[in-house]
Write a protein that binds this ligand. Sequence first.
Ligand SMILES: Cc1cc2nc3c(=O)[nH]c(=O)nc-3n(C[C@H](O)[C@H](O)[C@H](O)COP(=O)(O)O)c2cc1C
Length: 358
Amino acid sequence: MFDYYRTLGPLVRLLDPEVAHQAVVRLLKWGLVPAPGRFEHPALEVPLWGLRFPNPVGLAAGFDKNAETPDAMLRQGFGFVEIGTVTPRPQDGNPRPRMFRLPEDAAIVNRMGFNNQGVERVAGRLKRRARIGIVGANLGMNKDTEDAAADYEIGAARLARLADYLVINVSSPNTPGLRTLQSRGHLEELVGRTRAALDGAVAMGRRPPLLLKIAPDLAEADLSDIAAVSLAGGLDGLIVSNTTVARPDSLTSPWAKEAGGLSGAPLFEPSTKTLRRMYILTKGKLPLVGVGGVASGLDAYGKIRAGASLVQLYSALVYHGPGLVNRIKRELVQLLHRDGFATVADAVGSDTRREGWR
Ligand SMILES: Cc1cc2nc3c(=O)[nH]c(=O)nc-3n(C[C@H](O)[C@H](O)[C@H](O)COP(=O)(O)O)c2cc1C
């Protein structure tokens, strides 16, 4: 079969990263990116929060900030898609350039700053879709907001009936003050108010699960505070993690020093370490979504064995194209079988438990 990505990928990568991204979103929207043959397997099914994920490999937030292509990306083989980050009012984000490829490091640095069309446009698009497949919505605050929690209340209330799950994103490094919301006092208020807004919006209907997306740069004390708030109720899961503000010494690309969040291969270790800590601190009682540097079935399996019930990816798509999704799923089935796990759920946290929860 003609491999579109092998032919077009190198051309797309000659373009400025953001221009290339916009072109890809447009092609997806117009139905010009062919969908691969379906690959699903019973071992990959994940029942969670009353939903049935056909496979555990999701598209991470930031690829489709405005909910323009969730169904096209589901057709590429993803088990779920997370749109956003969306803020109550539209905003432009930071000045360009604000997205950098680091091919030598299989990484990306971005400082987009929540550029998005605002929750009304996004709600309109989500309303019009056929709702085949699981789509979550990632919520943020406007840069100039006075009351951060109020922005999450607005997002949660508006998208409560239109998304299959919601995410409180307090971990992007590109909105000043955002990450301080991860501290205990702020978090209790934020989660309490968002949860109340969500409950109010759905009344008798199904309340979508509410997740929190955290940074990989948190100190142990912050992680245990987050675990305590999570276990006290109000949250149904954690997404671990967002991009990192750290810059490992191993980076060789000339763009490595650009300000913003680093994602891709160099994020795998720190984000998986944070994931394992959260699995331990929440005693395996809270579903976790592992994200950061996933580029193969083995990477996805590593996240699952550390404690993730689901995984997500973004950066690896830029370097490997959408064919990667089915490749990861195939490899994952082989790895599960090799180790005698009948399903993904059986493997969740197996490394962490074997190591005695240390
Ligand atoms: C260009 C770009 C934009 C992103 N925008 C968002 C965003 O709006 N909200 C969010 O929660 N995460 C955002 N992320 C972070 C990803 O969702 C993910 O957590 C991170 O990139 C790690 O995964 P990866 O190594 O597979 O890319 C963005 C990442 C990239 C590369």
